[in-house]
Ligand binder design. Structure first.
Ligand SMILES: [Zn+2]
Length: 256
């Protein structure tokens, strides 16, 4: 009987602790599935980036809601949104963070099975050629019609704000927690790190904003994983843990 009561007390304690966790109900997360509609994003072996990321954001929505967050998806179906529409939503709803979900690709077929891994980007100009190439690929659809001058005006206007530093911290926390979580089940996953890149989808959002490249659709192993529910859920849980960590640290900095 005593043992039974001890177990009961332990269960009560654990359940109680879960219930008394940090209240996230004030924290709205805007999640953006890249591409959509006529813009398929990267395509390989008949599989489209736009479809993988839509599945991932749905898992992400569930994972955030399980932790008590409020969530808004920029798209919950296969439709195209302009750059302005994606980030305006985050501003209008006063989101805590903006997370854009993508899948990566490379052009060189001879490297399809060599290049793999997960990367998290925050908005910043960079001289790194690889990051520039990845950004150029993702920017292609959203920048139709904008000339080079206005592109530079847009990006320069946001580079000095405190949100760049915050976005950098968010990217580091999210990338670290994705890797810790995903490697438990997929230990061979390559850590591509948290990096700066000039992604225009992040330009308009006046809040900490990141873009997660969840794997390479051009790599056979990762393409299969990107459409695998277990991998999607593992990624999603890692992203949520990263956002938890980021927000907890900000609250500590502010003395809460
Ligand atoms: Zn993309």
């Amino acid at each position: 009987m005593k043992r039974y009561l001890t177990v009961l007390a332990a269960v009560w304690f654990l359940v109680g602790c879960g219930g008394m966790g940090v209240d996230r109900s004030d924290d709205l997360i805007v999640i953006d599935a890249g591409h959509g509609g006529h813009d398929g994003g990267a395509v390989c072996a008949g599989k489209c980036e736009k479809d993988a990321v839509l599945q991932i954001v749905k898992e992400l929505k569930d994972a955030f809601e399980d932790e008590g967050y409020r969530v808004y998806l920029t798209r919950g179906s296969d439709r195209f949104l302009t750059l302005g529409e994606r980030t305006r939503i985050a501003d209008k709803l006063n989101a805590k963070v903006f997370i854009s979900i993508h899948a990566n690709a490379i052009a060189d077929k001879s490297k399809f099975e060599k290049i793999e891994g997960i990367e998290t980007y925050f908005l910043q100009k960079t001289r790194d050629a690889r990051s520039q190439r990845i950004a150029a690929k993702e920017n292609a659809a959203v920048l139709q019609g904008a000339d080079a001058l206005s592109k530079n005006v847009i990006i320069d206007s946001v580079l000095n704000g405190p949100k760049i530093i915050e976005s950098n911290k968010l990217a580091i926390d999210v990338q670290r927690n994705i890797m810790q979580n995903v490697k438990k089940e997929y230990p061979d996953t390559r850590n591509g790190g948290a990096k700066p890149a000039p992604f225009y989808v992040l330009v308009g959002a006046s809040r900490p904003s990141i873009l997660v490249e969840t794997g390479y659709i051009t790599n056979t192993k990762e393409r299969q994983r990107l459409f695998d529910r277990r991998y999607q859920q593992s990624l999603a849980q890692g992203i949520v843990k990263g956002v938890d960590r980021y927000l907890d640290n900000r609250k500590k900095e502010l003395g809460f």
